[in-house]
Design a protein around this ligand. Structure first.
Ligand SMILES: [Zn+2]
Length: 281
């Protein structure tokens, strides 16, 4: 998709399933299952959509998040119903972009369904960066949390996804809200994890946003639809309230990382209800 000086392309690393109750927090099932039908194990289907960001003038190529990757064991594949029959490699190949052509891999945060694809095993079984020429950009405090997990977030932070990056010397820690490349900056949202960040892309007076787990699917645009996974749900609420208003008023193009069907769209307010108008990508 052409976006000013950029080409923005949502990729897919397949689909997986998470507990519907956990995905919608305090929202009762009779309400959420109309938007996201549950399977016999109460799980709902979710997408995994890293965003490829290319400058049309030939500047650096970025990948925002990298999907769940191929390192999950058989038990996890079963629990999360991970289906990578169509994965990141297919999308990159169709876009004509080799893994060696990614210059920057930018993390919204380090949970396994976002950072799983950051590393892979080589032929000898060693964990190596999955994008051989990339610098990996991670928010400093998110790195500190991921490398010092506690009982509530330990299952989400798998060291194999990010510690090898530091060992390989390809990690760039960024302390605050700043520009990562021309027209691309990060903004802390907090909420989901203390230092979860969204990515803002600006060109020609227009704004595109990759809010990651602030609004994982189009069903999460409504303020109280907040994940049970969020460590600080009131922070999610406060940020989302302001952000969604701004996104409607200024017509931000929003990318939905975990929506199974809609990769991108504009949030509109119709008769007091917030809806997402999908955009073809
Ligand atoms: Zn997450």
């Amino acid at each position: 998709m052409r976006f000013g000086d950029f080409d923005l392309l949502p990729l897919s690393d397949g689909t997986f399933r998470l507990d519907g109750g956990a995905m919608f927090g305090v929202v009762p099932k009779p309400l959420w299952e109309k938007r996201a039908p549950a399977d016999e194990r109460n799980r709902i289907r979710l997408g995994l959509r890293p965003l490829l960001v290319r400058r049309r003038d030939g500047g650096r190529t970025l990948l925002i998040d990298a999907g769940i990757g191929d390192k999950m064991d058989a038990k996890s594949v079963e629990i999360f119903a991970i289906d990578r029959s169509r994965n990141l490699d297919h999308g990159l190949a169709e876009a004509g972009v080799g893994r060696d052509q990614i210059d920057i891999v930018l993390a919204s945060h380090l949970h396994f369904d976002h950072a799983g694809g950051f590393t892979r095993r080589d032929a000898a079984g060693r964990l190596v960066p999955a994008f051989p020429n990339a610098r990996y950009v991670v928010r400093t405090a998110e790195w500190d949390d991921a490398t010092h997990p506690h009982e509530r977030n330990r299952a989400s932070y798998l060291a194999e996804n990010f510690v090898p990056l530091a060992e390989a010397g390809v990690l760039d820690l960024v302390p605050g809200d700043e520009a990562i490349a021309p027209g691309v900056r990060v903004v802390r949202t907090g909420g989901h994890s203390m230092h979860h960040q969204m990515i803002v892309i600006e060109s020609d007076g227009r704004t595109a946003v990759f809010p990651a787990d602030l609004m994982p699917t189009t069903a999460h645009v409504d303020e109280p639809w907040i994940m049970g996974y969020d460590l600080y749900p009131m922070e999610t609420l406060a940020f989302k309230r302001t952000f969604v208003r701004e996104a409607i008023d200024r017509e931000y193009l929003i990318f939905f990382e975990h929506d199974p069907d809609i990769a991108a769209g504009y949030i509109r307010e119709v008769k007091g209800k917030k809806i997402v108008e999908p955009v073809a990508v």
